[in-house]
Design a binder for this molecule. Structure first.
Ligand code: ADQ
Length: 726
């Protein structure tokens, strides 16, 4: 089995400082407890911040040795950076924004720089440990730059990333000043995982709209590689929780709680103190419930378990005050001697106490305003060995997508929460059991180990896909052979597409004009009488003439409508008509009106609707509609509708680049032919070539070309090597 490196902000073991002495303690949180047995069962190393500064750890050598003996490798972060990185950008910027709290979000360049430094510190440690065959699995929002930083150092690494919090919708994510860096950072991984399909969709949407990368079926075609994104709803260590119920320690705790709670029905609420968890709204709803249901007075208790968290941040301090006030209000208003409606615990509890509370609670009230997953809902369900107990769960927790048998509520709708509490407390036992059994079956099967295994399987299959896609890559060795063939040839023909092949796409077609370097490169080829260069483009002839007219090259415009031989004038391959344009133009105009950012390009014998600058989703939808509409209109004309890279083009049938290429191929006895192209229109050129020719697709994807290169810059660098050799 390949070695695994897990990288997360915190190690599963935390170093605590008490009275000047350092102690090791297990970290709390779903990832550490869930994965601890799984990661120990395989050859793996965990890399993370141990909770105190590097200086202190170095002083205490035996603590460091103990950490290393548990396969935990600490990352050292200075006290200053802990402030701006962990307490700053992580908890004051990314956390609120990603949970859809833009008004709580602080934007600070200083925070961002600390984020970059901390991610670099992690990259240094991981790169120092990683071996070529390792699998690297990075976790959570603290380390979103790390995949890219590592990819730069370990280009071949197998690397996955999992985000434990929600990924926000595009409209929210775009508010972040460093949004593109974060997306590029994440795309350094091979697989990016999220808890739900919705978060995956939000991420892909942002990648498409902000970086302009093609996205299809969860696959991103980034600059030089394919990256996958998918949903993997995190499970819990099911057996740990279900077995805990039988444990004597849990029994003892249960007894202790029973004494305190008497015969009251128990509603349980468990969270870290956080504004995303909707705790005040929950208390208000509970208050309303008591107001409406006098029959439950002295009969129910809300156990409000709140774990202290981020206590130095203003919003958390205010929230704490608000909770204290609300609990006091409710207890003051409804409480009697001997009965307090809210039993408020502000602390972390040992595992068996938590398990005891889960198992005795009649109802779990889990109503976050927004939550990546929420493991409490799953843990509660797992402890219900006899099947009795009701889960009330907010629809905005990732867990709601798997736990549909719970009573699902909108956390902002107090009426709904009140009704849910009434329903839960009156639900027949049989129904409770039926609902829980279905959820338990799912949670037992898709537990945390299954979750991790599925992520690993998908990561490895992504790597395989990447390998298949790069099999055609024109290696340096093959490039040498190509250059050599070219050098030795007597008559060489170069058939070169322009946009997307020699230059990258620009937002507007006119902006993609050739630079001086490219023109010089082409000119150098023309100086050699044994080489003929032909630019085969979809552009109109006037543009090509303007850009390349002064060079001694052949030109093909409008995908083969117009041809110009070296030193000759423009000619058409056959007589074509253009009256049809009067009928089609108004249709395209109405599409421009309804699709902001799109426009029409008119060529002599074709019309093109461009939507590269439109909203990508709208553009794609409108393109589909346009193709249907125009196809009907031109049914009996000698025309075709073709879809290109962010364009829909209407032109005469039988005209294609392959026909134009054939004209040149048949013209002479070439002993070297090279064709370079990037999109579907170039496929006709590739197909027209003799089998001995060198055909190269620029970019990924299926193609009739024999080889591929990843980008226009790689294509021009190959041409440069060729020109130097001649
Ligand atoms: P958290 O925000 O920490 O995690 P959650 O998923 O609910 O939220 O996990 C909390 C964990 O802490 C649970 O395992 C629970 O048992 C434990 N816990 C809660 N109260 C406790 C107490 N009083 N004493 C001791 N332990 C307590 C982030 C995301 C979540 C996502 C997880 C996992 O915010 O949305 O579900 O990661 O991906």
């Amino acid at each position: 089995m390949r070695r695994l490196l897990i990288v997360s902000n915190r190690l599963p073991t935390t170093v605590q400082e008490r009275k000047g002495e350092l102690h090791l303690e297990p970290s709390v949180g779903g990832l550490a407890t869930g994965l601890s047995s799984w990661y120990k069962s395989r050859d793996s190393i965990w890399i993370g911040w141990p909770g105190i500064t590097g200086k202190k750890i170095k002083r205490e050598k035996d603590i460091l040795a103990k950490l290393l003996s548990e396969n935990c490798h600490p990352v050292s972060i200075t006290q200053h950076d802990v402030e701006a990185y962990y307490h700053g950008i992580c908890n004051r910027t990314i956390w609120p924004l990603f949970h859809h709290f833009p008004l709580y979000t602080e934007y600070s360049e200083g925070f961002w720089q600390a984020y970059e430094r901390a991610n670099t510190a992690f990259a240094n440690v991981v790169a120092g440990i990683a071996k070529p065959n390792d699998i690297i699995w990075i976790h959570d929002y603290h380390l979103m730059l790390l995949p890219k930083l590592l990819r730069e150092r370990l280009p071949k690494a197998t690397m996955g990333f999992f985000l434990h919090i929600p990924f926000p919708s595009f409209e929210i994510f775009r508010l972040l000043p460093w949004r593109n860096q974060i997306l590029e950072g994440l795309l350094g991984a091979d697989l990016v995982g999220f808890h739900t399909y919705d978060y995956t969709g939000h991420f892909l949407d942002s990648v498409h709209r902000l970086l302009g990368y093609e996205v299809a079926m969860g696959q991103v075609t980034a600059a030089d590689r394919v990256v996958r994104a998918d949903a993997f709803p995190m499970g819990i260590n099911y057996d740990l929780f279900s077995n805990a119920v039988q444990d004597s320690k849990t029994h003892a705790e249960r007894k202790r709680f029973h004494k305190k709670l008497g015969d009251c029905r128990v509603i349980l609420s468990v969270d870290r103190l956080d504004y995303t968890k909707g705790i005040p709204q929950r208390l208000e709803a509970f208050s309303l419930f008591l107001d409406r249901n006098s029959k439950f007075l002295r009969k129910v208790i809300l156990v409000l378990l709140v774990v202290p968290s981020r206590t130095r941040i203003g919003h958390y301090m205010q929230l704490k005050k608000q909770l204290d006030g609300l609990v006091g209000e409710i207890n003051g208003k409804y409480g009697t001697i001997g009965w307090m409606p809210v039993w408020y615990l502000y602390r972390s509890l040992p595992f068996h106490s938590l398990a005891a509370l889960y198992s005795l609670a009649d109802v779990a009230l889990v109503t976050p305003l927004r939550d990546g997953m929420n493991l409490v809902a799953k843990e509660y369900t797992a402890t219900k060995m006899d099947g009795k107990g009701v889960l009330i769960l907010s629809e905005t927790a990732g867990a709601a997508q798997e736990l549909g048998e719970a009573i699902i509520i909108n956390a902002n709708n107090q009426e709904e929460i009140v009704q849910a509490l009434e329903k839960a407390l009156e639900m027949p036992e049989q129904e409770q059991i039926e609902r829980n059994r279905i959820m338990q079956k799912r949670l037992r099967r898709y537990d945390v180990v299954q979750w991790a295994n599925e992520f690993m399987d998908k990561l490895l299959s992504t790597k395989k896909l990447q390998q298949e896609m790069t099999e055609k890559t024109l290696t340096f060795e093959m490039q040498r052979k190509l250059v050599n063939d070219f050098q030795e040839s007597d008559k060489a023909l170069l058939l070169l597409d322009y946009d997307g092949t020699l230059v990258p796409f620009a937002p507007k077609p006119a902006e993609a004009m050739p630079g001086a370097n490219l023109l010089r490169l082409l000119e150098k080829f023309t100086k050699n009488p044994r080489t003929e260069v032909v630019l085969i483009s979809g552009r109109d002839k006037d543009t090509l003439e303007g850009w390349f007219g002064s060079l001694d090259v052949g030109l093909v415009a409008e995908h083969g409508v117009w041809i110009k031989e070296k030193g000759g004038g423009w000619e058409t391959i056959e007589t074509l008509t253009s009256e049809w344009k009067e009928e089609v133009h108004p249709i395209l105009e109405s599409w421009v009106d309804r699709t902001p950012g799109s426009f029409i390009e008119e060529k002599e014998f074709s019309l093109v609707w461009h939507y590269r600058k439109a909203n990508p989703r709208l553009g794609e939808l409108r393109a589909r509609e346009l193709i249907n509409n125009v196809s009907n209109t031109i049914a009996n004309l000698n025309l075709q509708v073709l879809e290109g890279s962010k364009v829909v083009e209407v032109k005469n049938t039988d005209i294609n680049k392959g026909r134009a290429a054939s004209k040149w191929i048949l013209k002479d006895k070439w002993d070297f032919i090279l064709a370079l192209g990037d999109d579907w229109t170039d496929e006709d050129t590739f197909k027209a070539l003799p089998s001995t020719a060198w055909s190269i697709k620029v970019g990924f994807g299926a193609s009739a070309a024999r080889f591929s290169l990843s980008s226009p810059s790689e294509a021009t660098s190959l041409l440069r090597k060729m020109v130097r050799a001649r």
